[in-house]
Design a protein around this ligand. Structure first.
Ligand SMILES: [Zn+2]
Length: 587
């Protein structure tokens, strides 16, 4: 785990003050105002001046830390700004993450971590946007700051920048005008479902659009002679499903079809540059299936918790509107994938298009399994979903020759651009990096396991950055027996110390593994006992299908624990204890 809080000593502050004074003098001479802000454990020159912030038309003043511009991106104090937007802002102490919630959407950000979790999906903050950081005017008062545009837009707010006044405007969406349509001043809107069907002749020409419903389904029918497969996007708040048909056009610029369906309230359509857009305003979470039809495109909509699942008869494809990584395998007549972070309703959906016969959704403790029954050439990728490939699928697993051995994935936490927690000495000097300690211990654990006839897979065996998703995926595709993640703990209070091991309570073996490792660490070291703990909130524990534990070896923020963690002897003892705990559980 990493927790970015640092203490700086007097010496550093004095130096910083002198440097600041000299620079201030220099700029006074040139009549340029320069300021200093503090982040990433040091002072930075700051030239961007005052940045103003307006939320829903109201200027926000007296913030505990003023907005700042870093790499051309505005950073704002997360709590004050998102509370002003009416969001709930929750600090999760156990994972050092901030959760921002509004209208059913949630965004988790972690200080120093590029990966955010948006509605259960990992979305990295792309470069060169700055990471969520602790920023202040001095190291004594630091605030959690986030790139406002990234976070606000993910929650559905509009963000704009006015250069002349140097102001960031954040506002709740007024309506969905932006991605949608048109009332229509051409008199062609408000078509009734029973209007006569107009059937166009040419490819790409659409005719009338109509809606019908039965007890379960709403059917949206678009008259056209040639089926076109749309791209489908979902928007929430309000809930709607948007279909874009490339190179297609309606005879009129746009309009609205009122529908009193089970789920569909109205259908709006419009011609855009190069494509035709159809928007379904839905009153509930809905699942869409794009069915072929002898005289057009038929979209079938059904109330469902399966908000992410879409079937397209033209592409003969079952896919999600987001990227989900699952652990897949070939089954007789089809392909089966388990998604640890997904929850869908149990159900069977009959398709029968020649490639896909049936979609079967079942949930278990491992997560949600989707099996698509049909052709033996069916395959799943996160980008395309379930689709037919040219070659029969034999097996997509990485070839891991187990030799009949047990397989353990050893995961050294953090690495590369993510140092994890940092240990500081009394003078505020960084003296220990979590990522390096984790790696040193992990490699020694692996060596000891291999010496005992266990097959070891490392998520990393050098100082590189690997996302949490990649770590879990490696564990799942390798079908390992155990996943063991190694970390150092950190907390602001320097006197807190000891060992902690996290497990998933749903896994009996995982719980036993955590206890065995914990007991061995206490037996073989002088570290203080803290506890074994429910770690079901931790990504690598939650999303791995094998028994998994996360070892918080000791506190890098505590002087005596840090001495242990940075010493060769301490690392060797820790590795010995973890390996012994694993071997005792596996045998
Ligand atoms: Zn860590």
């Amino acid at each position: 785990m990493s927790n970015i809080v640092s203490k700086r000593g007097e010496a550093v502050k004095k130096t910083a003050f002198i440097v600041f004074f000299v620079i201030a003098m220099m700029f006074a001479a040139f009549n340029v105002s320069a300021a200093k802000i503090y982040y990433n454990d040091e002072y930075h020159d700051y030239y961007a001046g005052d940045i103003h912030l307006t939320v829903n038309g109201k200027p926000i003043e007296n913030l505990p830390m003023q907005p700042v511009v870093i790499n051309d991106y505005t950073m704002v104090p997360v709590r004050e700004v998102f509370e002003a937007l009416g969001c709930e802002v929750i600090w999760h102490d156990d994972t050092c993450r901030v959760e921002i919630k509004n209208n059913g959407n949630s965004v988790f950000v972690k200080i120093g971590d590029r990966n955010t979790v948006i509605n259960d999906e990992i979305v990295p903050i792309s470069e060169p946007q700055p990471l969520p950081m602790l920023i202040g005017n001095s190291p004594e008062v630091l605030k959690s700051m986030v790139p406002i545009r990234f976070v606000a837009e993910k929650l559905g707010y509009d963000v704009s920048w006015e250069d002349s006044t140097r102001t960031v405007f954040v506002s709740s969406p007024k309506s969905s005008e932006d991605e949608v349509i048109i009332g229509g001043s051409d008199g062609e809107n408000n078509t009734k479902p029973d209007d006569e069907v107009v059937m166009p002749e040419k490819e790409g020409e659409f005719g009338t659009i109509s809606v019908e419903s039965d007890d379960t389904f709403d059917y949206i029918y678009i008259a056209t002679r040639y089926g076109i497969s749309p791209t489908v996007t979902r928007y929430t708040n309000p809930e709607r499903i948007v279909f874009d048909f490339e190179n297609a056009a309606f005879p009129q610029m746009g309009g609205t079809v009122e529908a009193d369906g089970n789920c569909v309230d109205s259908v709006r359509y419009a011609n855009r540059e190069g494509f035709a857009r159809v928007v379904l305003d839905v009153s509930c979470k809905a699942q869409a299936m794009i069915l072929s039809h002898e005289k057009g495109i038929l979209i079938r909509v059904q109330k469902s918790d399966n908000t992410q699942l879409i079937y397209d008869a033209f592409k003969q494809q079952v896919y999600f509107d987001k990227t989900y990584v699952g652990s897949g395998k070939k089954v007789d007549n089809g392909y089966s994938v388990t998604f640890t972070s997904l929850k869908l309703q149990n159900q069977k959906i009959k398709i029968d298009d020649g490639i896909i016969y049936e979609i079967i959704i079942t949930n278990s403790a491992l997560g949600c399994n989707i099996t698509v029954d049909g052709s033996n050439k069916l395959f799943y990728t996160a980008e395309k979903g379930f689709h037919k490939t040219d070659n029969p699928i034999v097996d997509n697993k990485p070839v891991i020759d187990k030799d009949g051995k047990k397989v353990i994935v050893i995961d050294a936490g953090h690495g590369g651009t993510d140092p994890g927690a940092i240990g500081y000495d009394k003078n505020g000097k960084a003296v220990a990096y979590e990522s390096h300690i984790n790696l040193a211990i992990a490699l020694m654990v692996g060596e000891k396991l291999e010496a005992n006839g266990v097959k070891v897979i490392y998520t990393r065996n050098n100082d590189t950055y690997i996302s949490l998703m990649e770590r879990a995926e490696l564990a799942n595709t390798s079908e390992c027996d155990f996943f063991v993640s190694i970390h150092c703990n950190s907390i602001e209070k320097g006197d807190v110390k000891g060992t902690q091991v996290y497990y998933h309570p749903a896994s009996e073996t995982g719980t036993a593994l955590a206890e065995s490792i914990y007991d061995n660490i206490l037996d073989m070291t002088n570290l203080e006992p803290k506890n074994t703990q429910n770690g079901s909130h931790l990504y690598v524990i939650r999303t791995t299908t094998s028994p998994a534990v996360l070892v918080e070896t000791a506190f890098i923020s505590n002087e005596s624990d840090r001495k242990f963690l940075t010493s060769k002897d301490g690392q060797a003892k820790m590795a010995e204890a973890i390996a012994k705990g694993i071997l005792e559980t596996i045998n």
